[in-house]
Design a protein around this ligand. Structure first.
Ligand SMILES: [Zn+2]
Length: 411
């Protein structure tokens, strides 16, 4: 079986489904297009002869590749999301394959001068010699995460075509609404029934992620005292002045624009209001749990200081925890990382372990009892008309999945 042809054909078909999710919708899934794609995949998985193919009424699709051995082995899962980002249109995607890319700019739409320029995206030159799938410049490509879907289905087809590769029970799942942060909300972890799983939703070749931010939010509400400005001396309390004092009290150098890697931050999201009332909102992020908690506690200190300065009760604070670093769930089971590393190396991939500066569905699933690191899917420039993916990197992602499935017996 030629991995490339099977995978490419699937991928080019899958991206034609319009599966943008929508932040405004309250339905599950948030858009009907995701259901259409899920039904198509349901039929494909049935045609492939997979077992337990279940598409639930929320658009979550599950299936099983049964074990081909009697040996007792853990059940491993692979997950990708059906939706594409609402940040850029995913309707009428017209992918184009640039065979053996020889470097330089790539004209996406020559007539309208929409060009993927090396000066804007220098990383593209690392793909010289690869077959690149690009857009026509008017939509996103949707490799995030259609590449993950195509890679998982192809890996399963590969395992079916190679019965000599001994593997235990493999589960796969495709979920809607990841891009709007709801992908894990209705994920049926007990039905999935895996010891652990991997999301195939990362970017560059080799990416292996199992650390994300701990995340919280802080909203300061300020009650000022508005008085006619001509007669305000000694009477007015300007809520906006209090707001700026709060912002000044929080270290500006610990902000998203000044940090990277494992450095956490306070991100000023909004200052709203007027003289009478104002609100200052922050999100707080840190990989390190202890430092994260210190950051959250610091918000309470700022609150106390402001009320000392401007009067008791002038400022109130709402602190919320949003999500946690999955590392604490994965760390007791580091063999699931070692297995993925080894699988990548066998596929000719150098594992690149780096922290996610955000959250993932996998983090939420990890805390729902399903440890779930993230593997590369190959897409670059997600959520944009400049999105592209290398066919050769996708092939390596397929083989990484195959190697994980076959490596479980050695644990
Ligand atoms: Zn994604």
């Amino acid at each position: 079986m030629e991995v490339k042809n099977y995978m490419l054909e699937r991928f080019l078909k899958y991206v034609t489904f319009d599966t943008e999710s929508s932040d405004d919708a309250t339905t599950v899934p948030t858009t009907e297009g995701q259901f259409v794609f899920a039904r198509y995949l349901e039929q494909e998985l049935k045609n492939m002869g997979l077992a337990d193919v279940v598409l639930d009424d929320k658009g979550y699709l599950y299936a099983t590749l049964p074990a081909n051995t009697d040996k007792e082995m853990p059940v491993v899962g692979f997950i990708a999301h059906l939706d594409t980002s609402p940040d850029m249109s995913g309707k009428d995607v017209k992918p184009r394959v640039v065979e053996s890319y020889c470097g330089g700019d790539i004209a996406l739409d020559a007539n309208e001068n929409i060009v993927l320029k090396v000066s804007d995206f220098p990383e593209v030159e690392a793909y010289k010699g690869h077959d690149l799938i690009v857009t026509d410049g008017h939509t996103l490509l949707g490799a995030d995460d259609t590449a993950g879907v195509a890679e998982i289905v192809t890996a399963i087809a590969y395992l079916q075509a190679h019965p000599e590769i001994e593997h235990g029970k493999i589960r796969i799942a495709f979920n809607p609404d990841e891009e709007i942060g709801r992908g894990a909300h209705n994920f049926n972890v007990p039905l999935f029934g895996c010891d652990w799983a991997y999301t195939v939703d990362g970017s560059c070749e080799g990416e292996l992620e199992f650390e994300n931010f701990n995340a919280g939010s802080a909203t300061f509400s300020i009650q000022g005292r508005n008085v006619h400005p001509g007669y305000a001396k000694g009477k007015m309390l300007n809520a906006l002045r209090v707001a700026t004092a709060i912002v000044e009290a929080i270290p500006a150098a610990e902000s998203p624009e000044c940090t990277c890697g494992y450095e956490g931050f306070y991100h000023l999201m909004g200052i709203n209001g007027g003289v009478d009332h104002a609100e200052v909102s922050y999100i707080i992020r840190d990989h390190n749990r202890e430092i994260f908690e210190r950051r959250m506690a610091f918000m309470k200190e700022v609150l106390a200081n402001m009320n000392d300065k401007f009067g008791e009760g002038v400022v109130s604070l709402e602190l919320k925890e949003q999500y946690r670093n999955m590392r604490e769930q994965v760390e007791p089971k580091m063999h699931i990382i070692e297995l993925a590393k080894k699988a990548m190396e066998e596929a000719g991939v150098v594992p690149v372990i780096k922290p996610i500066r955000g959250g993932t569905d996998g983090a939420q699933l990890s805390f729902m009892g399903l440890p779930c690191p993230n593997l590369f899917a190959g897409g670059i420039n997600f959520h944009s008309r400049y999105e592209f993916v290398s066919v050769q990197v996708m092939e390596k992602a397929v083989m990484t999945i195959v190697n994980i499935a076959s490596g479980v017996k050695n644990l």
